[in-house]
Design a protein around this ligand. Structure first.
Ligand code: SAH
Length: 221
């Protein structure tokens, strides 16, 4: 299949199928038009196994191997919206690249994304897709994101797509003054999606509702 056709999709991955997903997210309260446009334009079927491609535009998480999942589109949209709600973001950190779908949705809406993933084969695949989709403002690294990515800190936005029991202190330290951190926090299978806004040394927390993410694990493999 040629590259254009591959990206735009056919049949169950076509424009009509994607539009239905966008309408569903709108019905469920996603308001930011930039986010809805990115959900429409991002070829989610390329981020999952071909055998599952017919389900790519359903609003569900799907397996991507290595015991990990691609996030539910609603949750990706909600987190992206929450991150962007404070104004333009020049420098973003993402922890938990996985297949790279969240990265791809967010990349054109911010200055630069630095993303880290602890499972190397996932990162290799994600990098290939970033190139294929011409996402030139993504920098990706194989490492344990509990430590953030100090080299490019501070970040005016941090998004974490795996859940720790408590927010890693390094992420709070690497958040710029006025910056926003969106992170699921809590025990496996039932976490509170949390927004942290930094004002000087004050970290204001608010809850964005319950979510279910894979755990944030230490070390790399
Ligand atoms: N963002 C992805 C979903 C990722 S699933 C999407 O758009 O679909 C969560 C990912 O976080 C998994 O790939 C997992 O390996 C990774 N992860 C878990 N703990 C991590 C850590 N400490 N550092 C970096 N990545 C981590």
């Amino acid at each position: 299949m040629n590259a254009d056709l591959r990206r735009h999709g056919i049949g169950m991955t076509s424009a009509r199928t994607r539009e239905r997903l966008v309408q569903r997210l709108r019905d469920n309260g996603i308001r930011d038009q930039r986010v809805l446009d990115r959900i429409r334009e991002t070829p989610r079927h390329l981020f999952i196994d071909e055998a599952l491609a017919s389900r790519a535009y359903e609003d569900t998480a799907l397996p991507i191997g290595h015991g990990q999942t691609i996030s539910q589109p609603y949750v990706v949209a909600k987190m992206t919206e929450a991150l962007l709600a404070g104004g333009p973001l020049a420098n973003v950190l993402e922890v938990g690249t996985g297949c790279g779908y969240q990265t791809a949705v967010l990349a054109p809406l911010v200055g630069r994304i630095n993303t880290v993933e602890r499972i190397d084969p996932l990162l290799v695949r994600a990098r290939r897709l970033f190139r294929e989709l011409s996402l030139r403002n993504v920098r990706a690294k194989h490492s344990d994101g509990s430590w953030g990515w100090p080299e490019y800190a501070p970040y005016d936005g941090i998004i974490v797509t795996a859940a720790p029991e408590e927010i890693p202190p390094a992420l709070l330290e690497q958040l710029a003054d006025g910056g926003r951190l969106v992170i699921p926090v809590g025990p496996s299978g039932r976490q509170e999606l949390t927004l942290v806004e930094r004002r000087g040394d004050v970290f204001e927390q608010s809850s964005l509702g319950l979510v279910s993410f894979v755990p944030l694990l230490g070390g790399t493999r």
